[in-house]
Design a protein around this ligand. Sequence first.
Ligand code: 4AZ
Length: 753
Amino acid sequence: MSQHLLLPFVILAISPIPGALQDSALSPTEEEHEDLDCGRPEPSTRIMGGSEAQPGSWPWQVSLHQRGGHICGGSLIAPSWVLSAAHCFVTNGTLEPATEWSVLLGVHSQDGPLDSAHARAVAAILVPDNYSSVELGADLALLRLASPARLGPAVRPICLPRASHRFAHGTACWATGWGDIQEADPLPLPWALQEVELRLLGEAACQCLYSRPGPFNLTFQLLPGMLCAGYPEGRRDTCQGDSGGPLVCEEGGQWFQAGITSFGFGCGRRNRPGVFTAVAPYEAWIREQVMGSEPGPAFPTQSWEPQPGPWEPTDENCTIALPECGKAPRPGTWPWEARVMVPGSRPCHGALVSESWVLAPASCFLDPINSDLLPRDLDNWRVLLPSRPRAELVARFVPHENASWDDTSDLALLQLQTPVNLSTASRPVCLPHPEHYFLPRSRCRLARWGRGEPEPGPSTLLEAELLGGWWCHCLYGRQGESVPPPGDPPHALCPAYQEEEEAGRCWNYSHWSLLCQEEGTWFLAGISDFSSGCLRPRAFYPLQTHGPWISHVTRGAYLEDQLTWDWGPEGEETETQACPPHTEHGACGLRPEPAVMGILWPWLAEVHVAGNQVCTGILVAPGWVVAATHCVLRPGFTTVPYIEVYLGRAGASPLPQGHQVTSAPPLLCQTEGGSWVLMGMAVRGSRELFAAIGPEEAWIAQTVGEAHFLPPNGYPHWPPEGSDLCPPDLARASGSPQAALLLLLLLLPLIQG
Ligand code: 4AZ
């Protein structure tokens, strides 16, 4: 609620104006009518995604104040009556005292002079007996004014529909109010009344949209007495602070109030139109409450039978709106890729986040010596977007206020002088809402960011898979760096990807952004800095905490709700866990240095995948080798690539140029009897945590037939801690990441190296 609207002038104006009753005498024109004239703004005059209204164009709109601030909207329906929403006045099941409230009439800007505005005290608030909460309906209230409003050009009542009144689906109606312009983004000064055109949605169409899991995975059952207005694609909507205000539709030159702003899931979200209390079904209740009041509200008869419009499908199967952001023809071809060119510096890579705004690291535009902003002659700045023939001009540069000292806020927004028409070649990337949860195992990609270098090898090197928050915390902790335990929102995102260190330098010792995919839609999930060097997994700063800042500045960035909710067999990763114990050399005391040349483990296999990648396999039977799935199957590929297996030479000979070595070492432990046992395969992105082989015993036995297993409970011998073998907690330590193993059937006589 917009409690922040503390208007000094209101404190003076809210007390009933002496002589208000006399002031309220109807104008001669209005006295001539038997019924109250309603729904006609002065003929001479004339929210989210809306615009400022013409002063006086919605003369029935009132502002309801409590303790000097605007809380809700309302509509004048008769000189002494205002219609609003019950939830504005009921807290924890208790109706607030009428004396706390005042009604501001004829107001446009709540910051400006009071010109045509006046205030009235509230004598009574009436709420239907069956109102309990917004989701259960009957969200309406009547306010009886302590003295009648003074009607005039800026203060007139709206017409109410009779119970039999039908508003055609698809009708363009208008909602008005002083509410937030986006979620958690209050209307800025001068607090001028906003209007937005919304289309009435049929009950079936609205229910269909709300039956699809959306924000917070929630669905909602629309009830009789509710109506929906808005658009499947969202973006235009009412928001917090608009509640109680009217949704009005014009019929034959007269405006009728079809709805009262009640609630919605967020504001302007896709497939989540605003929910309104339908006014027509409450004709009898309203008449009953205002009985005896002269003049009462007007319920004009509907002048025409609504015909189904051409837009209205006879059978309302619903059109779910799909995301407009984050669609890429193929990974790596990013339609949001923006290069910012500033004279005298190298191009800076950023991302298009709306039709008019590009997000990029602020550090591109900071003086590296003193962290001051570079001279800002925006005239010479240019932005290159994919498939746009000409460079875009830059109109505004907005760095994040913490950009120069906080790496997690190293962000700046650049406004283009001319908005781009979105197309398949140029479209924004989706940004996550603060409550977004990128599921472990999400498919991600690294993308160039800032002055980052391009990757030195094939683009498959940029593929990544997200680790769960706990693994991120545990793995990082082992490397002397701290990543806090998973939080909400998360503190870090850890993607596991391939990275080979070249001459002590890792290739991505550079800025990167992290794109993560959900249902084929790409989100800008995180950004990295240089500080983490070659540590694995690289921790990325989540971008979701910056969603509100980006929306606030851009007023139209594509924030998209979480699209994937399948937690997988391991369930939600929120309960407290403990990191597995580890020794100096890691969970199982593996030596960090590569195997000494010349020592050949007879079961080690070199698995060559698609001619350019090598990972380790283990011979478990004469015709079978076990390898980690992630070595062999690349994300997105459904077919098995061409694979060759070399035995008896693992690590012995140098690899041909251009081969990438995938880090997936097996974990071998020795039994008391001296035999070596394959205990696990390293999880992606780690050399220290292992997916246990044990749980896969049945699958391996069934597939291979002839593999040798330890007898039940035949655990290997565990030497004392500190030695180079496994600590007893291994079974627990290695059990959590899902084992992802692949058995390779060796078809041909083995190629001896
Ligand atoms: C509110 O909290 C509110 N987008 C009003 C309308 C909507 C959401 C919230 C609909 O007052």
